[in-house]
Design a protein around this ligand. Structure first.
Ligand SMILES: Nc1ncnc2c1ncn2[C@@H]1O[C@H](COP(=O)(O)OP(=O)(O)OP(=O)(O)O)[C@@H](O)[C@H]1O
Ligand SMILES: [Mg+2]
Length: 236
C-alpha cells in the first residue's frame, strides 16, 4: 500500500543494523500469579516475523498481546519458551534499538526532553552523523513539524503516540515491535502513519509486529495473527 501522505524516513545510520534472520518466539508460556489468583496470559505461543513484512497482532482486550510483545522483547521473563532476535544470536536483553525498536502501549517518552530530543536520542546513541536532523525528518513525515520543541506533557496523546513511533523509526531498525501504535489516532492520521511505516518496511527491510484493534491497521498488514485467551488461533 502507499499512504496518501507517505513521506520518506531519513537515511540510514552510519552503522546499519544487521539484516536478515527473523524476530520470533517458540512455545512461550507466561502465567501471572497474584496470591491464589492465576492468569494464564500466554499458553504456548509460536510466531515469526520476517524482514520487510508488516504483521498485525489482533485479539480482544486481555487476550495476551502486550504480554506476548513484552516477553518477545525480554521486558518480561516467560515461564517457558524461547525467543529469536533478528540476525544476531544474542538474547533479548542485549538486543540493540537498531535491531529491535519498540513503541510501547504507554509510549515511554522522557518527560524532561522535547519531542525532538526524545526522537534524536536513539539516533545519537547509534552514532548517527546528525541525530537532530534525522529526528526532524521523521517527525515531519509523521505530521509533527509544528510541535517538535514541546515536551510530551504539552502535546495531545495522538501526538505523543506518533512521537513514540518516530523514536522507533529514526534508526531504521531491523525489526519493530509496536503495541497499539494507532490507538489514539483518527483515520487520516492512521493512514499517514501506516504509509510511513510501510515505506520503512519496503526501503529498509524492517519487519514489523503491530498489536492493534484498529481496522485500518489490520487492513494494511501483510498478515494477521489472532490471539485468543493466551493462544494464537490456528488459522493465523
Ligand atoms: N502484571 C500483571 N499481573 C497480573 N495479571 C496481569 C499482569 N499483566 C497482565 N495481566 C493479565 O494478563 C492478561 C493479558 O494481558 P495483556 O496486557 O497481555 O492483554 P492485551 O491483549 O494486551 O490487552 P489490551 O488489548 O487491553 O491491551 C489479562 O488478563 C491481564 O489482566
Ligand atoms: Mg495490550
Amino acid at each position: 500500500m502507499t499512504g496518501r501522505h507517505a513521506a520518506p524516513v531519513p537515511g540510514p545510520s552510519p552503522a546499519p543494523p544487521p539484516r536478515g534472520g527473523v524476530l520470533g518466539c517458540h512455545d512461550l508460556v507466561k502465567t501471572y500469579r497474584r496470591g491464589r489468583e492465576e492468569v494464564r496470559a500466554l499458553r504456548g505461543v509460536t510466531l515469526e516475523v520476517r524482514p520487510g513484512e508488516v504483521v498485525a497482532l489482533v485479539g480482544r482486550s486481555g487476550s495476551g498481546k502486550t504480554t506476548l510483545l513484552n516477553c518477545l522483547l525480554g521486558w518480561e521473563a516467560p515461564d517457558a519458551g524461547t525467543t529469536t532476535h533478528g540476525a544476531t544470536a544474542r538474547g533479548a536483553a542485549r538486543t540493540s534499538w537498531e535491531e529491535v525498536a519498540v513503541v510501547p502501549q504507554r509510549f515511554g517518552l522522557l518527560e524532561e526532553l522535547s519531542l525532538l530530543d526524545n526522537v534524536a536520542l536513539p539516533a545519537r546513541l547509534a552514532g548517527h552523523d546528525d541525530p537532530a536532523a534525522a529526528a526532524v525528518a521523521v517527525l515531519e513525515a509523521l505530521g509533527l513539524a509544528a510541535v517538535v520543541d514541546r515536551a510530551p506533557a504539552e502535546v495531545s496523546l495522538g501526538q505523543a503516540q506518533r512521537t513514540a513511533l518516530a523514536r522507533a523509526l529514526v534508526v531504521r531498525p531491523a525489526f519493530l515491535v509496536a503495541d497499539e501504535p494507532t490507538g489514539r489516532l483518527d483515520e487520516d492520521t492512521t493512514t499517514q502513519v501506516l504509509g510511513v511505516l510501510r515505506d520503512l518496511c519496503t526501503t529498509a527491510g524492517t519487519g514489523a509486529l503491530v498489536a492493534s484493534h484498529d481496522t485500518t491497521t489490520i487492513a494494511h498488514a501483510d498478515r494477521v495473527l489472532r490471539m485468543s485467551d493466551g493462544r494464537l488461533e490456528p488459522d493465523a
